[in-house]
Design a protein around this ligand. Structure first.
Ligand SMILES: C[C@@H](N)C(=O)N[C@H](C)C(=O)O
Ligand SMILES: [Zn+2]
Length: 254
């Protein structure tokens, strides 16, 4: 493995993620299809987290834009021998986005009963994008099939340590959290050092093939959607709102 993949630090962002700005890029829809992501089990496995949790509006299969799948396959070849990606979620229905938002809002309002409504909303929106009120111009990132939630498992089938569970809503989930600790002159424990390297591995591989990262979550990467266009400086996004068409079933229906 190329050592720079675990040695190159993750950049520390000096500005907070701005949900207004991240919807500014125009969308020029490429009409790339959504494809199922389960045809390369040697390197990519699916663990559809929200379907497994019984969240409304979820599907058992994970669907992803064609170029995003191609990029994931490409990225997977950069992993150390025997390692695999594990996909938790890619395309997400608007119903599922709404359910995730409602569930977290409910959970945090019970956990922090003294938080004001604006403060509560800010916390919820750090972990879950708002359900879209304009799916043509401002689709939520996963609804485009261009946002990927993922982690890595090693050659023995065990997840690498990333410092928090998937969908953790604390500041530790911020992708550069351990880089920040280091840059502030703190000594990392050996466990934290391992987590730092694992986050660098995921970050450097994903950005190498063209993804951008959502700075508040080590597991969330984008390609082709407005998040990606805003973060990468691309002139426009190529993925808007979409839904799977289940082409293999069409002949049976007609
Ligand atoms: C809910 C979490 N897995 C996620 O994807 N968060 C981002 C911010 C999103 O909802 O787009
Ligand atoms: Zn995500």
């Amino acid at each position: 493995m190329d050592r720079t993949i675990i040695e190159s630090p993750i950049p520390i962002s000096s500005v907070a993620w701005d949900r207004g700005l991240s919807h500014e890029p125009q969308i020029q829809e490429s009409n790339e299809p959504l494809v199922a992501s389960n045809f390369y089990p040697e390197r990519i496995i699916n663990s559809p987290e929200y379907f497994n949790q019984g969240i409304d509006g979820t599907l058992m299969s994970i669907y992803v834009r064609q170029s995003v799948y191609d990029k994931l396959i490409n990225a997977a070849t950069l992993l150390p021998e025997g390692y695999k990606f594990v996909l938790f979620d890619v395309w997400r229905s608007n119903e599922a986005q709404q359910s995730l938002f409602d569930i977290l809002k409910n959970k945090l309002s019970k956990q922090y009963p003294d938080l004001s409504q604006p403060a509560l909303l800010k916390r919820v929106l750090t972990t879950v994008a708002p359900p879209s009120d304009d799916i043509i111009n401002k689709p939520s990132p996963h609804n485009t099939g261009g946002a990927v939630d993922l982690a890595i498992i090693d050659q023995t089938g065990h997840p690498l340590k990333f410092g928090t569970p998937f969908d953790d809503h604390t500041e530790v989930a911020r992708t550069s959290y351990f880089e920040e600790k280091l840059s502030q002159g703190n000594q990392l424990t050996s466990d934290e050092e391992m987590i730092l390297q694992n986050r660098r591995l995921l970050y450097n591989i994903m950005t190498e093939v063209g993804f951008t990262n959502y700075t508040d979550e080590w597991w969330h990467y984008d390609y082709g959607n407005q998040n990606w266009a805003w973060k990468s400086g691309a002139p426009y996004a190529i993925y808007g709102s979409i839904r799977p068409t289940f082409t293999w079933q069409d002949p049976l229906i007609s």
